[in-house]
Unconditional design. Structure first.
Length: 580
């Protein structure tokens, strides 16, 4: 949703400048004005892609406001206070929660509103397209007679390489053009009886739409308006595009030697014959719209108006201006924080039952594994960590009696505090990977590893390839591990993983044998029992019924990703012997 709003702001700036340029050239021809609007449409269409691939830039310092207080961007049912916070590093003196502000509109509600508008806009557009297709299916092709003969002559004069199909509609109130690769002109009932000079004027106008590609430009604008339906400038763009395209095609008719008074008379007769506008929504280009006919009369009968087509040089110049306007706006980073901005994380640690987990260790690191800060949850399971550097980060939580939390990728908001809620799965006792005593000297090759939920046997295969030794893993050793270490010897990494996951190894004759550390597992049983007593509700799940996923999902509120993950985790516990 933030990316959509960001693209909307950038598109608004681009549209605003292009519409301003349109106001500065009112005496230029309609073809020139339409090209300005078409260039603006293309710029709006490419803005999201350009924003993703272009390097971002921030405002100059004098445009940056003073550092704002942290703003809570996510709703939470809890607001931590200074006395309710656990210790944190770095700079624990700054570890204060964000002051609650006026309630903001939840992002889910914004998404729902946007999706509702998008659905309505797309429904209207698709309905119009479906009606055009339905009318085409009921129409018969016109291949002989005055219409076919004059259409062929004008197509050759316009140098059209695409074959234009003429269709005789059963509707007497419709005259439209649509299509790109296979353009079609839908004629009303009785059109075959029109005089040749009126047929010539109509076809000069409609085939000018085909030559200029007006239908593609108009449909692109309609799709963009459906996406940015909340932006009033998009509605202005679509309306002006349709009007300027009619002006430009009227100029093309006048360029064929038809006088403006004669052409105006033909248009007036056509409006009277069609009686009312039955154009199928916005999916086709209608020649005679009552809402625009008066303005078109004034323009074509104005002797001082410029009716010339646009030159290639002018098209190139306008295109360069549009690109020069769009690219800086697309690369503009409206979310860039000012100098000295503070980003932080607050939240709470809970078990699967919703009970708070005190004393949990929260570790925040960069994507490449460098630790940026740690915090310890207080007695109510709340924590806060401020003073974090800008950029993406990875959060992981460790607690006695629980398995490590999944690595959570976060993107901290500018000048704000991000509120998170971490739920821990019951597991064997585990703390952050302990450091090996300094008296042990490691001589292995320096490696960096960052894996999540990797099969433990695949990890030992990596050790085998790095060490050059053969690694044999006991069949009883199974499960998945998460490791985030940078620039450490491989033998130190192996020791830390084995200690953290209650395994041990024996090296003999160039072979490393990995087995379960039964003594360490037995030592943790009393700790597990004590941990279950100090929290609300049951913490240790039972394997009972875990062999039947259908029954297990029904007993746990239905089949979901969380239920399946819990089911698989219980299966691993049973296989490792941690529950019966």
């Amino acid at each position: 949703m933030i990316f959509l709003i960001d693209c909307s702001v950038k598109s608004t700036l681009t549209l605003g400048l292009m519409l301003l340029l349109l106001r500065l050239v009112p005496k230029y021809s309609a073809a020139t004005r339409h090209w300005i609007l078409a260039s603006a449409t293309l710029c709006v269409a490419i803005t999201p892609m350009a924003a993703l691939v272009l390097p971002s830039w921030s405002p100059v310092p004098w445009l940056t406001t003073a550092q704002a207080p942290p703003v809570a961007l996510l709703e939470s049912s809890r607001i931590a206070t200074k006395g309710d916070l656990g210790t944190s590093t770095p700079d624990s003196s700054k570890a204060v929660a964000a002051e609650p502000l006026a309630p903001a509109i939840p992002q889910d509600l914004l998404k729902l509103i946007w999706l509702t508008g998008l659905s309505i806009s797309c429904f209207v557009l698709l309905t119009g397209t479906a009606r055009v297709a339905w009318l085409a299916q009921r129409s018969r092709p016109v291949v002989i007679g005055a219409w076919a003969r004059i259409a062929g002559a004008i197509s050759r004069e316009y140098s059209l390489r695409r074959r234009v199909s003429l269709l005789q509609s059963p509707n007497k109130s419709i005259l439209v053009t649509w299509g790109v690769l296979r353009p079609r002109i839908l004629l009303p009932v009785g059109a075959q009886d029109w005089p040749d000079d009126r047929i010539h004027a109509v076809l000069c106008h409609e085939l000018a739409h085909v030559r200029r590609g007006d239908w593609l430009v108009q449909m692109t604008a309609q799709v963009l308006r459906s996406i940015y339906w909340f932006n009033p400038l998009m509605w202005v763009l679509c309306s002006r595009l349709r009007l300027e395209s009619e002006y430009a095609c009227d100029d093309a008719v006048l360029a064929q030697g038809i006088t403006s008074s004669a052409y105006a008379g033909h248009l007036l007769d056509i409006v009277a014959l069609l009686q009312q506008s039955h154009a199928p929504g916005s999916a086709a280009l209608a020649m005679a719209r009552l809402s625009t006919i008066e303005r078109r009369f004034k323009t074509m009968l104005n002797p001082t108006a410029d009716h010339r087509p646009i030159s290639r040089l002018m098209m190139f110049a306008i295109g360069i201006i549009a690109v020069c306007v769009t690219l800086p706006f697309a690369g503009f980073s409206s979310t860039a924080p000012p100098q000295g901005a503070v980003r932080g994380i607050t939240g709470a640690v809970m078990d699967v039952t919703g009970a708070r987990v005190p004393g949990a260790t929260i570790v925040v690191s960069s994507p490449d594994g460098q630790t940026r800060g740690t915090a310890t949850a207080n007695a109510s399971g709340a924590f806060v960590l401020n003073g974090l550097p800008t950029g993406s980060c990875v959060l992981q939580v460790f607690a006695t009696g629980f398995g490590p939390s999944r690595m959570i990728n976060l993107d901290l908001p500018p000048n704000g505090i991000l509120d998170v809620e971490v739920r821990m799965d019951i597991g064997f006792v585990q703390r952050p990977a302990p450091s090996v005593p300094s008296k042990v000297e490691y001589t292995g090759e320096i490696v960096t590893i960052h894996v999540q939920d990797l099969d433990i046997k695949e990890f030992f295969q990596l050790i085998e390839s790095v060490s050059g030794l053969k690694v044999e893993v006991d069949p009883a050793v199974s499960g998945v591990i998460s490791v985030n270490l940078k620039d450490v010897p491989w033998d130190q990494m192996l020791d830390e993983v084995l200690q953290g996951y209650q395994l041990k190894h024996d090296t003999e004759g160039g072979i490393i044998r990995i087995t379960r550390n039964i003594a360490a597992i037995q030592k943790t049983v009393p700790e597990l029992q004590q941990a279950q007593v100090t929290v609300k509700g049951p913490q240790r799940p039972t394997c009972e019924g875990a062999s039947d996923l259908r029954t297990f999902s029904r007993d746990n509120g239905g089949l979901s990703l969380k239920v399946v993950s819990k089911y698989l985790f219980i299966g691993v516990q049973r296989r490792l012997g941690y529950c019966s």
